[in-house]
Design a protein. Structure first.
Length: 397
């Protein structure tokens, strides 16, 4: 069934189809309409779930932690400083290996305050232990929320589904809503393997013991470092697992095929633009124009950012003449985080391409298709790399 709605409603619809059982929320622009829509679903009886209105984002994630620990399928959403306010619980959720999904409706971080979009909020939490998936349209929002629950529950790692504030959250686009029976077949009822309850008392924390400790059976249980190692290893394994999940989603729902990254005109491209989120849609039009002008340019719209698909990206980009990374976040004192990660992935390549970095759109600063066109043409013409400073698009605008 095709509908014409906002990105926030698409996210709420995905959570409803996933049959979430506990929703905890605190409003913050531009996330608020998402949780409002879920409250409407619950109040009308369309969704059988507990909706918990809390006093802060920190408490919202705390409620989800408690719910997920007892096998309830939990959901929350936030933006910008709200994500930072729950940062302690963000790290706790991953460290406790709790399966849940949180939508991050990307917005700039204060100070100075901005209600507009960039990716600094979720990028600031890239090392918190959550899987991070960035989407570029409403169909991907809905589908990814559903797939994220399946992924999170298979690997016991929480998932952030990140989408651009206003560009996606408040704009209206057509998208297809899958049948509930098909979603139920893809995402059956779930029981957390470490679920807590009166009949299953468990000691989960060593506190003062940096090494392992004896469990209730006298065997040595893993300590802090072993648990961190396991999270790292199993997060990397999530790449292949997510690809399999996407394949099953495609069989049951009829959509899929690009769970890691969507490639556009990349097969014979000498230069490839790389981006996260909705700006990839705009770059696609620029790439088409450059192709008409005879430049062999392609686009790689990256979706899965954590775990970082280093091997897949290296295979796709090795041998190109250049890679141009556009991003809405900055690692202060260095460069863009995506650029840094991509450079590291390409370092072992025998035919390593030149890599350029452009920062744009911070705090909602406007950018135009001509900006992407000029940046790509400049890289093609000069074929040099400035490793010290990224290019900035839109300064003084």
């Amino acid at each position: 069934m095709f509908v014409f709605e906002s990105g926030n409603v698409a996210a709420a619809t995905g959570a409803k189809l996933a049959r979430v059982q506990v929703i905890a929320a605190y409003p913050i622009t531009p996330q608020t309409p998402l949780t409002e829509k879920l409250s409407e679903y619950v109040d009308s009886g369309v969704l059988d779930a507990q909706y918990v209105a809390v006093e802060s984002e920190h408490s919202a994630l705390a409620v989800c932690i408690g719910a997920s620990s007892t096998s309830a399928r939990a959901f929350t959403a936030t933006s910008a400083n709200g994500l930072l306010y729950m940062a302690e619980q963000v790290h706790w959720t991953a460290g406790a290996r709790l399966p849940m999904v949180m939508c991050v409706v990307n917005r700039g971080i204060g100070a100075p305050f901005s209600i507009w979009n960039d990716h600094q909020d979720s990028i600031s939490q890239r090392d918190a232990g959550w899987i991070q998936i960035y989407v570029k349209d409403h169909q991907e929002i809905l589908d990814t929320v559903i797939k994220a629950y399946r992924l999170s529950e298979e690997v016991c790692i929480p998932v952030m589904v990140c989408y651009d504030g206003y560009y996606l959250s408040h704009t209206y686009m057509p998208y297809d809503v899958p049948d509930q029976f098909a979603v139920d077949a893809f995402l059956p009822p779930y029981e957390y393997r470490h679920s807590l309850g009166p009949q299953k008392p468990t000691n989960l924390n060593t506190v003062t013991l940096p090494g392992g400790r004896p469990d209730i059976h006298g065997e040595l249980a893993p300590g802090y470092m072993e648990l961190r190692h396991n999270l790292h290893v199993e997060m990397k394994q999530a790449i292949d697992i997510y690809m399999c999940i996407d394949g099953e989603f495609a069989e049951l729902i009829g959509r899929g095929g690009n769970p890691i990254a969507e490639k556009y005109l990349c097969d014979d491209a000498d230069y490839v633009a790389v981006a996260l989120g909705s700006m990839a849609n705009q770059i696609k039009d620029v790439v088409s124009r450059l192709r008409e002008e005879g430049l062999r340019v392609g686009l790689l719209a990256l979706s899965l950012y954590r775990p970082f698909p280093s091997a897949l990206l290296a295979a796709d980009l090795n041998g190109r003449k250049g890679v141009i990374v556009f991003e809405k976040a900055i690692s202060f004192g260095h460069s863009g985080a995506l650029y840094t990660d991509l450079q590291a992935a390409l370092y072992p390549c025998a035919a390593r391409p030149a890599v350029w970095n452009y920062i744009l759109g911070l705090g909602g600063r406007s950018y135009q298709s001509s900006d992407f066109y000029d940046a790509i043409c400049d890289c093609v013409e000069r074929r040099s790399v400035n490793l010290d400073n990224p290019g900035w698009i839109g300064l003084g605008r």
